[in-house]
Design a binder for this molecule. Structure first.
Ligand SMILES: NC(=O)c1ccc[n+]([C@@H]2O[C@H](COP(=O)([O-])OP(=O)(O)OC[C@H]3O[C@@H](n4cnc5c(N)ncnc54)[C@H](O)[C@@H]3O)[C@@H](O)[C@H]2O)c1
Length: 372
């Protein structure tokens, strides 16, 4: 199969859909790989790395879209890219179609077979192609939070780990899922005094079993949350209610009860944010002040560490990319119901129920789509 990887064109997107290692793996399986020149630059992979892996480097994205049977990307295709997709071609990338009617329309019009990273599932009920970015954002949260806490950035001037004789920072993580667990581990590793709040007792039990000596856990009642937030130097928002906007767990009124210069890092900002005063920011201007409390609310945190993010995403997508190339999308999805869950559009049919519901479009069941 001919696998193609164009350069990402969405603003501030530095990741790339195919690493040189993944290209090399595909070539070893007997496939051909074409990569747009400069595609890996933002993630630290120059054209030479792809050439050394045995891939071909081409001058334009147009050539990739025209020739490739399988297009591997990171972000949803932009309008100009969508115009180049066609029936019989497979697109493997993040799509996030539910709130994006124009993109859904274009993908259906193109006839492309589109498999969305974010809807592929696994046996444990997780989202294996979304998890790596949650891991990255979680581990990054204490790092950016520590920077936000520095005096010159408007913060409280508190050191995460303290020093002998001086107490460490108090960090509260709200939500103990993938983001929250990784955030808590790193914050604790920096020497902070960390408590994780969650509504799920089974989640808290698991965290206590595994990390009981590393950080504390607490049930996320209103009372507990308010009390811990008042004492905190840093609060990391990491909640998720699947398919819904994030609940607002700290109100503006509560900011006046917090320590002046405390940091709020709202990782859940991509779902609307879990603090009332959160609004999305960018890497260029990541923090702002509300009532003396510093907010960090970057919606695409993994973009800050494009190289690590690309490698993490590549590790997760590679087996699926190889299955698509080795078996063809039909066989790959027929063999693995969790992979079939990733199918969003095929030959002009919408095949993902939540998107159909959100946009009032009829859905063809994914298993029926295998026969079209
Ligand atoms: N900003 C970014 O760049 C970025 C990157 C990755 C993920 N995210 C976002 O981070 C958030 C968390 O993602 P995740 O992968 O960790 O999700 P997850 O499903 O693994 O974990 C969410 C946790 O929140 C808990 N929760 C739900 N409601 C709660 C409440 N009211 N109080 C306390 N806990 C509550 C759940 O029990 C669960 O344990 C999501 O909104 C996700 O979209 C953002």
């Amino acid at each position: 199969m001919l696998i193609g990887c164009p350069k990402e064109i969405k603003p501030q997107e530095y990741r790339v859909g195919l690493t040189p290692v993944a290209a090399q793996e595909a070539l070893a399986h007997g496939h051909d790989v074409i990569v747009e020149t400069g595609a890996g630059q933002g993630a630290g992979f120059d054209d030479g790395a792809y050439l050394a892996a045995g891939a071909q480097v081409v001058d334009t994205a147009e050539e990739i879209f025209a020739r490739a049977e399988l297009v591997v990307k990171v972000k949803e295709p932009q309008p100009g890219e969508r115009a180049q997709l066609r029936e019989g071609q497979v697109l493997f990338t993040y799509l996030h179609l539910a709130p994006d009617a124009p993109q859904t329309r274009d993908l259906l019009d193109s006839g492309v077979t589109a498999i969305a990273y974010e809807t592929v599932t696994d046996r444990a009920g997780g989202l294996p192609l979304l998890a790596p970015m949650s891991e990255v954002a979680g581990r990054l949260a204490p790092q950016v939070g520590a920077w936000t806490l520095q005096k010159a950035n408007g913060g409280r001037g508190v050191l995460m780990g303290g020093v002998p004789g001086v107490a460490p920072a108090r960090v509260v993580v709200i939500g103990g899922g993938v983001v929250g667990t990784h955030a808590a581990r790193i914050a604790a590793g920096m020497g902070a005094d960390v408590t994780v709040l969650d509504m799920s007792l089974s989640r808290l039990r698991h965290l206590d079993d595994v990390f009981g000596r590393v950080f504390k856990t607490s049930y996320a009642s209103r009372g507990n949350t308010a009390e811990l937030v008042e004492q905190a130097d840093m609060v990391i928002g990491a909640v998720l209610i699947p398919g819904a906007e994030a609940p607002k767990l700290i109100t503006r009124a509560q900011l006046s009860d917090m320590k002046p210069g405390a940091a709020l890092v709202d990782v859940a900002i991509d779902q609307g944010g879990c603090f009332e005063t959160s609004r999305p920011t960018t890497h260029a201007d990541p923090i702002y002040d509300v009532d003396g409390i510093m907010h960090y609310c970057v919606a695409n945190m993994p973009g800050a560490v494009a190289r690590s993010s690309t490698l993490a995403l590549g590790n997760a997508t590679m087996p699926f990319m190889l299955a698509l190339a080795n078996k063809g999308w039909r066989q790959a999805c027929e063999d693995d119901a969790h992979f079939l869950a990733g199918l969003n559009t095929h030959a002009g049919h919408l095949t993902y129920y939540a998107v159909g519901k959100a946009q009032g479009i009829d859905v063809l069941s994914p298993s029926m789509a295998l026969k079209v």
